[in-house]
Design a protein around this ligand. Structure first.
Ligand SMILES: C[S@@+](CC[C@H](N)C(=O)[O-])C[C@H]1O[C@@H](n2cnc3c(N)ncnc32)[C@H](O)[C@@H]1O
Length: 220
């Protein structure tokens, strides 16, 4: 789908499901909370920081960070942003390929479930890296291209919903290219309720995790 179609798609979802996690296309609430809890725990304590939730949707993923931080939420779905604002995010309607923030503004940048929708994903990663403070963290969560389950599902797919999926190493190379170090992975195995961690590729996690998160520290 093109960018305009995705914008309309998520506006419509927010009109139908309101603040619920279905607006952000999660399989169900259980799957959303399992991913959010594990990913935020893995991110570690965040207090008194400037946080960017890039592609925040209705703001449900970064909501736990709002109480102790300033959380900016950027998304091109204006309808979704209404619900993100109600959750306490400072919202801005923008395209992620050109962010209206100065270099190095954010201590923590999150981009959850977004880059699989974006053809110009490298432009987005470059922008996210630009606005991450030296010593700050960039955490991206997306779909694992090498997953056996996803390969099987693809065989039965009637229409191609997602434009892209990613190999873990592909994103690691971009993290290195845009100045990150201490790169780590969280492997997520949907619909099972467990995750594993690693600092790189491993045969089993590569084959079986359905999604993964990658985080790295911007070099000082
Ligand atoms: C699957 S939802 C995930 C929402 C949220 N991150 C979460 O995990 O709950 C993807 C979001 O990315 C937004 N998005 C996709 N492409 C975008 C772009 N180029 N610029 C801004 N937002 C975009 C969509 O509008 C949608 O709200």
């Amino acid at each position: 789908m093109s960018n305009t179609n995705w914008k309309q798609y998520f506006d419509k979802k927010a009109e139908t499901h309101g603040a619920a996690v279905q607006s952000s296309d999660y399989f169900n609430e259980e799957s959303f909370f399992m991913q959010r809890d594990n990913t935020l725990r893995w991110l570690g304590e965040v207090k008194g920081k400037e946080v960017l939730d890039a592609g925040c949707g209705v703001g449900a993923f970064s909501e736990p960070l709002v109480q102790h931080n300033t959380v900016y939420g950027v998304d091109f779905s204006v309808k979704s942003l209404e619900f993100a604002a109600a959750r306490g995010l400072k919202t801005m309607s923008e395209d992620l390929t050109a962010l209206p923030f100065e270099k190095g503004k954010f201590d923590v940048v999150l981009c959850i479930g977004v880059i699989q929708l974006i053809e110009q994903y490298e432009d987005v990663i470059k922008e996210l890296a630009r606005v991450t403070k030296p010593g700050g963290t960039l955490l991206i969560q997306t779909l694992n291209r090498s997953s056996v389950q996803r390969k099987l599902l693809k065989l039965f797919e009637k229409s191609k919903k997602f434009d892209r999926m990613y190999a873990m190493n592909e994103l690691k190379q971009l993290y290195v290219k845009y100045g990150f170090e201490q790169i780590e992975f969280l492997h997520i195995y949907h619909p099972f309720k467990f995750v594993t961690k690693s600092s790189g590729e491993g045969m089993l996690s590569d084959m079986f995790c359905t999604s993964f998160a990658i985080k790295g520290r911007k070099k000082r």
